[in-house]
Design a protein around this ligand. Sequence first.
Ligand code: GUN
Length: 293
Amino acid sequence: MQLIDGKATAAAIKQEIASEVEEIVKNGGKRPHLAAILVGHDGGSETYVRNKVLACEACGFKSTLLRFEDDITEDFLLRQVDLLNNDPDVDGFIVQLPLPKHISEQKVTMAIDYRKDVDGFHPINVGRMAIGLPCYISATPLGITDLMARYGIKTSGKKCVILGRSNIVGKPMAQLMMQKRTPGDATVTVLHSHSKNIKEECLQADIIIAALGSPNFVTADMVKPGAVIIDVGTTRVPDATRKSGFRLCGDVKFDEVAEKCSFITPVPGGVGPMTICSLMKNTLLAGKKAIYE
Ligand code: GUN
């Protein structure tokens, strides 16, 4: 079994980005600028956004964090989105999700100019990805395909089971794995909370991508010997031995599955660091106007 080291891979990619940014700036180009909007004080979102700002520093990007309390109105937030859409210094921006219940995530996502949508959540980017046109690809699926490419994992003709059908992981992951390219060219099955015969389907899989948010869901008896296991789960479970009071738990029962598979991503240190790194890749593309004018 080979451990897929997302932390080291992400660090290497960020280093590559930083070198490119310094080259751009040296030649008189613009330093890429990512802005992030954070509404409220959700613990997970605070951590993600802090890590995104730190990643910007590591890549040599300019970053701006706009923080608002969770009692702001939807109209106010939409006005902030519009200000960023029209700010020529901002190359790309994200609105950290989840948003408070009284604000429509869909309305806010659709208000973002797709040319600055480095999260790849806008329907124009989602649609362009589905038909294989250049676009911003959402960060977690992009990070997973980068890991597969860097570890030389063969996907062509393989049977890939994706557990979970979320808009930001399961659905785009399925699109990427079935596309006519490498990594891709796989036969894809998407399983979710209403699927039948989950164990039997998983046992057929050469690649399992678990993105359910259900700790330890994938057990050794569901895994074909030699399968590739990608664990997207990051559920916070209480742990009194940690200073934070919690630890991150993946969707895969790591210890028993690791003994059976060919490659596996750990939690933490697998897919998680790659997600932020993909956002940096998208921001570099935005800074270079590589996809849209
Ligand atoms: N919340 C959880 N993951 C993400 C992400 O990739 N982007 C944004 N904007 N919010 C998130």
